[in-house]
Write a protein that binds this ligand. Structure first.
Ligand code: UD1
Length: 328
């Protein structure tokens, strides 16, 4: 297939390009770092005229530091995707793979002994400041157990980035229904691996810990370190994109969790990276960030059944490589 990859020079995009080329696809890269902006319909015309599919990785990432970031997120992620979809329709490109995120869910899924599956709201500053980190049942206040989230779960985007990722999914769904195109959105869990960008105010925890170790500083583990995430290797995420190009149904938008299926705690992440890097040892600080969710882990079954996607890089092996792999 002739595939246009937006964000091709980025962390995940660059691995997607490699994976597509390895499977014999003909790839054209499109990236702001090379002066190509998805918000510029004229710049898209030539590459789209020669494409069978678009893999859309270009986005402003991170969580959004404060409301001052809203216009930039909306512009890059929402407006940019809208321009891209309109241009795809104009050029008759009928297949889209979209990079989405598990952040569209907000807090993960939990099971309450009395009320079954529940979705707790945000934790309060009072709870967090007194070390009460676990969410409680929103109906009876009892303790709950974390469960893997599936794609039918209600979405609850809690920041600028999450809101724009969900908006991208909705725009892609509109496009698919109206044009009969095939749109597959991939909800990435916590992606890590070689060429991950260094520590910035917008970085995820794996990049922050890895950058700290490189600078000889201890990873600082917030809360009590028991927060659960699904850390999925970037080469697996790239493979999921390749698989998604053959998936989906025309006119019917699809979403998939892209995860390893093997949840780990943030404390385990810090310990693994520190050990593989040769120290320093992590410090559990008890600090908290008000907007953080406690646990969010995925049921990867739908991507396995419908896309044939199975993550191959295990946590121990992946972290061993990541502990010394070059950052971007
Ligand atoms: C992250 C990304 C999000 C992405 C999602 C899925 C960021 C900021 N977040 O969300 O954009 O869509 O993964 O790939 O890029 N923590 C520490 N120490 C630190 C920093 C964080 O212990 O120095 C803890 C946090 O308190 C939190 C956990 O690590 O409990 C994860 O934090 P983070 O990676 O920032 O956010 P996610 O919610 O996982």
């Amino acid at each position: 297939m002739r595939v246009l990859v937006t964000g091709a020079a980025g962390f995940i995009g660059s691995h997607v390009v490699e994976a597509l080329e390895a499977r014999g696809h003909e790839v054209t890269g499109f990236d702001l770092r090379c002066g190509d902006d998805v918000r510029d319909a004229a710049a898209l015309a030539r590459p789209l005229a020669e494409a069978d599919a678009v893999v859309h990785q270009a986005a402003k990432v991170g969580l959004g530091v404060d409301v001052a970031d809203l216009p930039d997120y909306a512009s890059a992620n929402v407006y940019g995707t809208a321009v891209l979809l309109a241009a795809m329709a104009r050029h008759g490109v009928g297949r889209l793979v979209l990079a989405s995120s598990m952040v569209v869910y907000g807090e993960g899924a939990y099971d309450c002994a009395r009320h079954g599956r529940v979705r707790p709201g945000p934790r309060t500053a009072e709870d967090l400041s007194t070390g009460s980190f676990e969410p409680r049942c929103p109906r009876c206040g009892a303790g709950v157990l974390p469960a893997a989230i599936d794609e039918d779960a209600r979405t609850d985007p809690r920041n600028a980035y999450a809101t724009t990722k969900l908006a991208q999914e909705h725009l892609a769904a509109n496009w698919a229904r109206e044009t009969g195109g095939t749109a597959v959105a991939l909800r990435y869990h916590n992606v890590y691996g070689p060429r991950m960008p260094r520590d910035t105010p917008y970085s995820g925890v794996a990049a922050i810990f890895r950058s700290a170790l490189e600078a000889g500083r201890a990873p600082r583990v917030f809360e009590d370190g028991g927060q659960r995430r699904d850390f999925v290797h970037v080469r697996d995420v790239a493979d999921a994109n390749v698989a998604a190009l053959d998936g989906g149904v025309p006119g019917t938008p699809a979403v998939y969790n892209i995860a390893s299926g093997q949840p780990h705690t943030v404390g385990e992440l810090a310990a693994a990276l520190s050990a593989q890097h040769g120290g320093p040892e992590p410090v559990v600080t008890g600090e908290y960030r008000l907007g953080d969710v406690r646990h969010i882990t995925a049921a990867p079954d739908r991507a396995a059944a419908e896309l044939g996607f199975h993550a191959r890089v295990g946590f121990t092996e992946g972290m061993k490589e990541f502990a010394t792999a070059p950052l971007a």
